[in-house]
Design a protein around this ligand. Structure first.
Ligand SMILES: [Zn+2]
Length: 589
């Protein structure tokens, strides 16, 4: 049974076949609209068609990522990307123009349609036919970046390993192992430093041309408009950077200092034990004089990794218990996902890496994909993606597909808040000391990531504000920013690695300017968490009513509905970092 039956798109239409999609698009373009009511009907039909097309794409993507060995599934997805999506674009532009030109738009409720209007107007404003081939070029260069990074491997312990596979060696308690693994990866990246710079310079020139074609002096203004950033501007991003530098960088560096102290103590402790057992005493070479880049990920007390669960069924059961403690309705939604098969959690051969939540826009149901391997990160991922899934459920009854999705700055509030709400319930997976350790890891992660987000954002702003810069100037700027935001580590001997460290951040190449969203959302999530600590019921109530708004309101309204402020000043951020500090102070090391 379909909960949301079609009324415009033919029931049996194949949304993977252009010949069956185009007639519906043509009917929308050609339709006479004689009243505001008919315009609203037109918008609903438009939305239904877009949801059907979007669902086709999602289903093909899900099928491909769940079974990468099946070439037919891969072909089906690529076919859609190459043959369906680009052909839709000119129609979507024509539909936007038809909507904006419609005289009956004046008769619609601006409170209901204001957000839609500004988005459609922005799309039309920046649309340039001559930019389409340039955008394809930039996208190809982004693929080139991914190809270069994807091909990077190192030879370690007799095996060829990818760089993501090398990450686990940075958690090894043997410092020599960490250093060797880190050096191998850094040296491998440096081999392609020039190639990456070449890709980036080409992208930069193309992006500048795209911006100028669309009437902007540089790419910043174009990027903000194309990303639909209506509720904050360049100065607000700079305020975010400044506040993070002032309030969060000192805390992140204090964590580095503690890490160093604990590592020094555990080395001394080990050496002492060895002496007691009648072996050689500590040698000067064993002492840790400074924190190095390979010392950041290891547990400073020498403990092994956290092991929250064995099977993905255990993970599901644990998450189910947590949601039941938080809110019976959320628990019921999660149970319905399990019953409907809307989750694929197991890591297995032939499955794409990573994790995501995807909404099937016609069914209006979420799907969660991840690769559970039995580590704490998996618990965080499932809680995070479940937050996104609750968002999808909350907007089910919104008829306009565009309004069923919120901007990323708020979508990530839904997911990050769920991680924080669950932070005191990790006992379902752990003994009390391990639950405390997992919570510490999570909160410290927030303190560490905010400076990196600000650093990447500041770097991008500088890059696109200075389109004629050369590589030397770019490096100088990056190093200045690393002084301002980076961790307190000793890079001596690895200066080239430090100077090109930004090349690791995929977003710079693939999604320019897209990164601060995670920082903004984290500020929202921390505000909800603070509220949650004082009044769980009120916080969850605000969470659910804000989620239900989807993308139908501007960002400040979405934040306000959740009881949070959309503001990047110290007045908002200080109480949040204070609360995190206080919470950390109450946890064992
Ligand atoms: Zn997310």
């Amino acid at each position: 049974m379909t909960t949301f039956p079609r009324s415009f798109v033919p029931e049996n239409a194949d949304l993977g076949a252009w010949a069956q999609i185009e007639p519906s698009l043509q009917r929308l373009v050609a339709r006479d609209i004689g009243s505001p009511a008919e315009l609203e009907r037109w918008l609903l039909d438009h939305s239904e068609l877009m949801a059907c097309i979007s669902e086709e794409r999602s289903e093909r993507y899900i099928a491909m990522t769940c079974d990468t060995a099946d070439k037919d599934k891969e072909q089906a997805y690529l076919y859609f990307l190459e043959n369906i999506a680009p052909r839709c674009k000119p129609y979507i532009h024509a539909l936007n123009e038809k909507y904006v030109a419609c005289e009956h738009r004046a008769g619609l409720d601006p409170g209901r349609y204001g957000v839609l209007d500004r988005e459609v107007e922005a799309e039309i404003e920046i649309y340039r036919e001559e930019n389409i081939p340039l955008q394809t070029e930039v996208a190809k260069l982004a693929q080139q970046y991914q190809k270069i990074t994807g091909a990077m491997t190192v030879e370690y312990r007799g095996e060829e390993r990818t760089l993501p596979q090398m990450a686990k060696f940075l958690e090894e308690t043997d410092r020599g192992v960490r250093q060797e693994a880190w050096e191998l990866v850094a040296a491998r990246r440096l081999q392609d430093r020039e190639a990456m710079d070449d890709v980036f310079d080409e992208q930069l020139a193309l992006r500048q041309r795209i911006a100028v074609n669309a009437g902007f002096p540089d790419y910043r203004g174009y990027a903000f408009k194309s990303m639909m950033r209506f509720d904050y501007g360049i100065e607000d991003s700079e305020r975010f950077q400044g506040t993070v530098q002032e309030l969060v960088v000192p805390l992140s560096r204090a964590l580095n200092a503690t890490q160093l102290k604990l590592l020094q103590r555990s080395v001394a402790g080990t050496a002492g034990d060895a002496t007691a057992a009648g072996q050689a005493g500590p040698t000067p070479g064993v002492e840790i004089e400074a924190l190095r880049p390979w010392d950041l990920e290891v547990d400073p007390l020498g403990r092994g990794p956290l092991r929250p669960f064995e099977s993905s069924e255990d993970l599901l059961e644990g998450a189910q218990k947590i949601f039941a403690r938080l809110d019976p309705e959320l628990a019921a939604l999660f149970a319905s996902m399990r019953a409907e098969g809307d989750l694929d959690l197991d890591s297995r051969k032939g499955k794409a890496p990573g994790g995501y939540m995807s909404t099937r826009d016609e069914k209006r149901r979420p799907f969660i994909f991840m690769n559970a391997a039995g580590v704490q990160r998996d618990v965080e991922t499932l809680l995070h993606e479940a937050g996104h899934a609750f968002h999808a459920f909350a907007t089910q009854n919104e008829p306009l597909v565009g309004y069923r999705h919120s901007p990323i700055e708020f979508a990530e509030v839904a997911s990050m808040s769920m991680e924080l709400f669950a932070a005191d319930q990790l006992g379902v997976f752990y003994s009390p000391p391990d639950a405390a350790r997992a919570k510490r890891k999570h909160l410290e992660g927030i303190i560490r990531i905010l400076p990196w987000i600000a650093q990447i954002d500041a770097f991008q702003h500088w890059i696109y504000a200075h389109p004629g810069h050369d590589r030397g100037q770019r490096t100088t700027r990056w190093l200045e920013l690393d002084e301002a935001f980076g961790p307190a580590v000793d890079w001596s001997g690895y200066e080239a690695g430090r100077a090109s460290y930004w090349q690791r951040q995929l977003h710079l190449f693939v999604h320019p300017f897209y990164y601060i969203e995670y920082g903004i959302a984290q500020l929202g999530a921390l505000q909800l968490w603070l509220r949650f600590k004082h009044d769980q019921g009120a916080a969850l109530g605000g969470y659910r009513s804000a989620l239900a708004l989807g993308g139908s309101r501007p960002l400040p309204d979405l934040f306000a509905a959740a009881g949070a402020r959309f503001d990047f000043s110290a007045a908002t951020i200080k109480p949040l970092v204070d609360a995190v500090q206080e919470e950390l102070a109450g946890l064992p090391a």
